[in-house]
Design a protein around this ligand. Structure first.
Ligand code: ADP
Length: 445
């Protein structure tokens, strides 16, 4: 079912899912094992500790048991003078009773042959009296299972057997101290069931979490892979055309060895143009690729006069291309930015304005500083950019009119470079309609 779930997506998605699920499963298994072990360990520790402690007082218990049997026989007569308790002066009845204060605890006194001597005393539970003497592993705690009780059910015990040698109760040879663990175990079983069900539920949730995480974690990788692929495809496509043109022209020159360079000057000039274009393209590609690793701007304090030199260069270009350029510098204070990146950004926007404005057109560049920002506006009265294209023009290799822009020497990389620079300077770039016509690029840094 899960494989089918992933059929639509890539198989790498499935392997990521398997990794996530394996990690989750590992965590849940380790957690379950730890919790169950802690539970099991804690379950018997207090029982076993009290058994071991009580086993130290086994002999006292035998004395006490004898005392009780005397009490039972002659309840009216004083036990002080006749009973063995007078001999064990240091221990009072209360002291002696201490070892058996743990709930569900019975002291079973056996003779050498394994006959239970105190079966009828009130502190021996009826089921416990069914327990046989076990002389193996004296002084060590062991578990007894399946002791039938009065209700036809089976009880479990933890027990410890010690040998005794009592001066007053000569028949007593062994004492087995038993603690009924049936109830503790059934409670524990219930806990185990709850824990297993909870863990299983969370494991099932983790299956869905893994599906989600696998998709989510691969999303940026897939996006960047697709972008990279498109970039390489576009780049090779862009290089293929000038290379094909060059190949054709060179081949035709090769076919006419008797002709002079002058005869073919037109063809050679066109070839050189293509080579020049390819150089620009590869430089741009290199810039983009280098900057994909992230641009680290070198921020310095720049003076308002920084723009004056740039604008004077632009004015010369505008004049050469028969455009009217108006530059407005409202920057009134020093500001912080990267000199090279800022100049590159302005040049891209100005180049485009020149490229996409017919001769006689006018271009306006306006720069100003607000309290926090440096704002740049580059407007032209060219053909403008439709709303559908306003976002796309910042994508690599996107050109509104491929044939037309190619003539103008554009590869569709300028604005994506501009966007990269603006991002590095933590700013924003938007394109709007200029009024009455043309486009307006607004940058806020
Ligand atoms: P190119 O090198 O082709 O100019 P750009 O990334 O700089 O690449 O621009 C992408 C596209 O956006 C261009 O092909 C062009 O169609 C459009 N464009 C950019 N600037 C302008 C502008 N000032 N006026 C009209 N169209 C523009």
């Amino acid at each position: 079912m899960l494989t089918r779930l992933f059929k639509k997506t890539k198989s790498e998605n499935f392997s990521t899912f398997v990794h996530f699920l394996a990690v989750f499963t590992g965590i849940f298994v380790i957690m379950t094992v730890i919790i169950l072990n802690v539970l099991r360990y804690g379950l018997y520790t207090s029982v076993d500790t009290s058994l071991e402690a009580n086993s130290q007082n086994a002999n006292d218990y035998v004395t006490m048991s004898l005392l009780r049997s005397y009490e039972g026989q002659s309840s009216s007569s004083s036990t002080d003078t006749t009973s063995p308790s007078s001999s064990s002066e240091a221990k009072t009845y209360r002291d002696l009773f201490k070892p058996s204060t743990t709930a569900n605890t019975s002291f079973l006194i056996y003779d050498k042959k394994g006959n239970l001597l105190n079966a009828n005393l009130f502190d021996v539970f009826s089921t416990a009296s069914n327990i046989k003497l076990n002389k193996k592993n004296l002084g060590q705690v062991y578990a007894i299972k399946g002791v039938g009780n009065d209700y036809g059910l089976e009880d479990s015990y933890h027990a410890i057997t010690v040998a005794v040698d009592n001066d007053f109760y000569k028949d007593a040879a062994y004492v087995t101290i038993v603690v009924n663990t049936t109830q503790v175990e059934s409670t524990n079983d219930r806990y185990i069931k709850i824990i297993v069900v909870v863990m299983l539920t969370f494991w099932i949730i983790s299956v869905f979490a893994s599906v989600y995480l696998a998709k989510w974690s691969r999303r940026p990788i897939v996006a960047s892979y697709e972008k990279q692929k498109a970039f390489v495809e576009n780049a090779s496509h862009e290089l293929r055309t000038p290379l094909a043109v060059l190949q054709n022209r060179l081949e035709s020159l090769f076919r006419k060895p008797q002709e002079t360079i002058l005869d073919n000057s037109e063809s050679i000039a066109a070839s050189l143009d293509e080579v020049r274009n390819m150089r620009i393209l590869t430089t741009n590609l290199l810039n983009l690729a280098r900057r994909d690793d992230g641009i680290t701007p070198e921020i310095e304090i720049l003076q308002p006069s920084f723009f004056e030199d740039i604008f004077s260069n632009y004015e010369m270009i505008a004049e050469e291309t028969d455009k009217t350029l108006t530059c407005v510098n409202h920057v009134s204070r020093p500001f912080k930015s990267d000199k090279t990146l800022l100049k590159q950004l302005l040049t891209i926007l100005f180049d485009n304005a020149v490229k996409y404005t017919d001769s006689g057109g006018s271009i306006t560049i306006e720069v100003e500083t607000t309290e926090k920002n440096l704002c740049i506006k580059v407007a032209d009265d060219g053909p403008g950019i439709s709303d559908a294209n306003k976002q796309k023009i910042f994508d690599r290799f996107y050109r509104v009119d491929k044939a037309r822009t190619r003539q103008k020497g554009g590869f569709g990389l300028g604005l994506s470079l501009a966007k990269q620079i603006v991002d590095a300077l933590k700013g924003q770039i938007v394109v709007k309609d200029n009024h009455p016509k043309g486009s307006l690029f607004e940058v806020k840094l």
